[in-house]
Design a protein around this ligand. Sequence first.
Ligand code: PMP
Length: 300
Amino acid sequence: MKQFIFFNGKFIELNKAKISVYANSLHYGTAVFEGIRSYKTSKGTAVFRLKEHLIRLNKSAEFMHYKIPYSINELIFFVKELLKKNNLSNAYIRPIVFFEENCIQLHKSNEFKTNIALIAFPMKGFFAGKESTGIKLMVSSLKRIPFNAELFEAKVSGNYALSFLARTEAKLNNFDDAVLLNEKKQVMECSAENIFYIKKGKVFTPKIKGILPGITRKTVEELCSKLKISFKEKTVSLKELMNADELFITGTASGIIKVNQLQKKKFKLNEDSISNKLINEFNSAINAEKKDYLKWLEFI
Ligand code: PMP
């Protein structure tokens, strides 16, 4: 079957899209992107928190001096069209904004045009099959640089060189993913997920300073408020993670995933855990089962 993509204002076949090997973004990691999910629900296919993802895309784009020539509403329309054209329901949507000119020039000039592409493909989840068993995390030997926090608060492709190395290191050591600390040994986030711990019935997560403000993270905060579970942002140490009752990570591609091991420390996964309460509530939201959460779903 033909795969269609959105490319600078038009829907074209994937194999008709061409990008120059001279592309600045390829050489210097200057692209910005998003990761968005759509789900098949009993009420039809819906994109989860689409507007917020596109607002974050715009923020990342502005940060890197792009000017996206479409409004948020136009982008919403394009995403929905893309899913329809490709007959997709449970899918991952990846908008990417990039510079194609001049791989040598290390500054933005007027000649640089903002390119935008949207691709979408079927997706089950990063850690599909590990929802009930949980995943194993290692502490990355790589560090997040504590300055330039704003760079890591945007979804800039160059940031993911570090994520790529951290997750590869984790895989080579038989872990599923890695948690990154900064040079002050404060817990930041995983390669592409935010991290949370639970102690004595309360949920804690690192403050947004040098980490991506995750949309699933925000969802967890809102679910905690709904379920009357205490939620707090703070500076988090590795010791606090190690001494926690439960750990979980969140991201669009992974959902909410429990952690069963951090380094050598094993975590018990009880049926009536707070993590499970949040996961069940999250599933009811993405499956359009509760009226309260329909506001998060953009039906196509
Ligand atoms: N941190 C990083 C570095 C990420 O790439 C992601 C995935 N976008 C997240 C956290 C989680 O963000 P979200 O819940 O918005 O997908």
